[in-house]
Design a protein around this ligand. Sequence first.
Ligand code: NAP
Ligand code: MG
Length: 497
Amino acid sequence: MTTHQEWKQRAESLSIDGRAFIAGQRCTAASNETFNTLNPATGKVLAEVALCDASDLERAVVAAREAFESGVWSKAAPAHRKAVLSRLAQLIEEHAEELSLLETLDAGKPIGECLALDIPEAAACIRWHAEVTDKRYDALSPSGSNVVSMITREPIGVVGAVLPWNFPALMLAWKIGPILSVGNSVIVKPAAQTSLSTLRIADLALEAGVPAGVFSVVTGSGQVVGQGLGYHPDVDLIAFTGSTETGKRFLHYSADTNLKRVVLECGGKNPQIILPDVANLDTVAEQAVAAAFWNMGENCSSGSRMLVPSSMKAALLEKMLAVLEGWKLGDPLDPEVKVGALIEQRHYEKVLGHIEQAKAEGAHLVCGGNAVLVETGGWFVEPTIFDNVTPQMSIAVEEVFGPVLSVIEYTDVEEAIRIANDTCYGLAASLWTDNVNNAHKVAARIRAGTVTVNCFGEGDLSTPFGGFKQSGFGGRDKSVYAHDQYCELKTTWLKLD
Ligand code: NAP
Ligand code: MG
């Protein structure tokens, strides 16, 4: 295994190309402007990235449209698209160490997580969608023997994918897997904090055989490139992952321009419900800690509200604190580290502000609560647990997107269900029970896109992921359900003599 020291050496000798990727090649912004991407573990400049503007975006849209109309990808044999995307998955695997290092340096995520999960999952996701490419069938309608009525799906055209910073490579894969599988062109706008792994994957896509113009990466700000995609009259669909607030803007952009389709994956305030019938709290403690603190809690499906019967709270908290002992916080380049740095100064201050607010509103601090390793210049916050939280407190209502867990006591299961659903979000929930009837009955009443029972997670690549209520709009990521949203449905009605 590569040691902490070796990763640090590799980081020092890493050469980083922050140029955009438009129409099949790396390029500076037309203005030649750049912006800095920082290393969240040091607060220092990691690389300069092309600061693209409307003219760069225009070039990408024109190239995407030309490629789409040419049919070089959109009308290529599905078996060909499958082969190219499979090759991309393989190249991502072959570059897993480089991509993991870039992800760790750019996003503050633990290197062990990037190597074990983010990058292999990104490759697996692209391979999964590649495999589906030549296994999709269209339909004939039951319209009688004097017509042939075909119902076919056609790729929608030019897709803009606007992405967040918390799982840069993985969220990219969740989008481009289905988007490219069905034959679209895509223009990706990575989060400004984390463009680097996306740019490298674009290089690999070209190497794999994705034609020029089909996959571009236009780096820059949400205000310029994100909004530019949202308003662009020649973009057919926006696939967005990020905050609910920004997601809503895309509906306005669409309404004010060309009615482009909009698919949103947004925020969450996800409950973990422990039912009174659970006998063994050891697994619950382990998974609940992971649900709350994995990826520093910078996870839209983090289980940030724990609903627990009063009688079980003390025992569960004790076990969770023991589990947390094993969660090393520190330099994300250390393979032993499980808690890295928060993404940026502004977000770090926001998370610390939520912690102060919770204290002021009377929540009881069980552990953590502090900024640590300040001397590194990085943005580290301890895993923090509050109990005596009431459902009305802001810490129980607002999405913190950081390592903060709120423990809320309940008296009966009806109350737990009510509290779980009392949120504007509906992305994910986890439920803990030893009783299969309770599992089905309670899961069915939780208003969330994914309910996991006796575990925490998002299912696998074959399950759709997305939110009820203000956690999402217009579609789902992952699985075959993600394919149709990137297509238009066409009826071809052929009358026979
Ligand atoms: P964000 O601020 O909404 O940013 C997401 C993307 O939108 C970024 O690329 C951003 O560009 C861009 N953007 C910002 N302002 C824009 C504007 N006015 N017009 C067009 N685009 C704009 O979200 P974030 O802080 O990166 O991510 C955190 C949020 O994402 C959380 O709420 C979390 O729950 C959610 N999330 C959801 C999922 C899911 O699958 N449901 C997954 C991961 C994260 P800049 O980089 O310039 O800001
Ligand atoms: Mg960065």
